[in-house]
Design a protein around this ligand. Structure first.
Ligand SMILES: O=CC(=O)O
Length: 331
């Protein structure tokens, strides 16, 4: 009997033992392709036939490009599982996968603490408006030629969390320790137990009443540019915005305008609309703290994510089902 194959797209950096242990269950293969064109051709030529599960990383998009309709359409018919190492799986067209009978998983939970930590770091940094003086110091100008802008305390401010999944709920807990009042909006209202004191409000209400708005929702067709010119106009003057989700949830050009006009006071970003390109208006604006997509970039979290993703592959091989199938495929 031929053994099932698992294709590795990207690298295993930490969980080598768990990865190697999969070889008891399946043949582990790497693609030779270095470009999307080569990868598509390998698929078309039948070079990857027999692959049952694909383990892919966020960075492997540099080789294959997005798992869009075109790519999913040429995958070998043997492929039944795509295991994505990351919480956000916007690089994958899940509907195209569903149509082909392919199940997709991500790594929720594993990312929550590290991402919410960066979230809190950005909230504090943007509220305190540290960016100008930190830059001045590096330029040998101590606090700059003028006194730096005075910051604000988080205590007593209203934090609006848009998207109360694992990261949003983790952030709630951390922000509560800074005595912030927490409101949230989510596709579905949470049970009292899950909301843990956060107050449910409509999307518009959240925009109107929040001093700080944190974006913690996934990127998909419905959420692309969820925050644009009209939404900025509803926000309080002087609002602080933080995004650790996906850049394209905000219309970046509209954000730059809202910052330039002073309507948005300061911003903390870990994600960008067109990574690794960052809008020049964001780079030029001293009231923006920029982190180059490092929400999960810790030894502990990277290891936990790999272990989680390998567990998905293992579960697929052993039981024919994934451990954490994406919500769109749960229905
Ligand atoms: O961006 C990080 C992730 O999606 O896990």
């Amino acid at each position: 009997m031929t053994r099932a194959k698992v294709l590795l797209l990207g690298e295993i950096e930490h969980a080598h033992e768990s990865w190697n242990a999969l070889s008891n269950l399946a043949e582990l293969t790497n693609p030779r392709a270095r470009t999307r064109a080569e990868f598509l051709q390998q698929c078309i030529d039948g070079k990857l036939d027999g692959v049952l599960a694909i383990y892919r990383t966020f960075a492997s998009v540099d080789i294959t490009g997005r798992f869009d309709e075109e790519l999913v359409g040429v995958l070998p018919t043997t492929v039944r599982f795509i295991c994505h190492n990351g919480a956000g799986y916007d690089q994958i067209d899940v509907h195209a996968c569903t149509r082909r009978g392919i199940k997709v998983s991500n790594t929720p939970t594993a990312v929550d603490d590290a991402t919410a930590d960066v979230n809190m770091f950005l909230i504090l940094g943007a509220l305190r408006r540290f960016n100008t003086s930190m830059t001045a110091l590096r330029e040998g100008k101590w606090r700059g030629s003028r006194p730096p802008p005075l910051g604000h305390d988080p205590e007593g401010k209203t934090l609006g969390i848009l998207g109360m999944g694992g990261i949003g709920r983790n952030l709630r807990k951390k922000a509560a320790a800074f005595s912030m009042r927490i409101v949230y909006h989510n596709r579905n209202r949470l049970s009292e137990e899950l909301a843990e004191g956060a107050e449910y409000v409509s999307f518009e209400e959240l925009l109107r009443i929040s001093d700080v708005i944190s974006l913690n929702l996934p990127l998909n067709k419905e959420t692309r540019h969820k925050i644009s010119t009209h939404e900025f106009s509803l926000m309080k003057k002087g609002v602080v915005i933080v995004n650790t989700a996906r850049g394209a949830v905000i219309d970046e050009a509209a954000l730059v305008e809202a910052l330039d006009s002073g309507h948005v006071a300061s911003v903390g970003l870990d994600v960008y609309e067109d990574e690794p390109t960052v809008h020049p208006g964001l780079i030029a604006n001293p009231h923006v703290i920029l982190v180059p997509h490092m929400g999960t970039w810790t030894v502990e979290t990277q290891t936990a994510m790999e272990e989680w993703n390998i567990a998905n592959v293992r579960s697929a091989l052993e039981t024919g089902a994934l451990r954490s199938v994406v919500p769109e495929q749960l229905v």
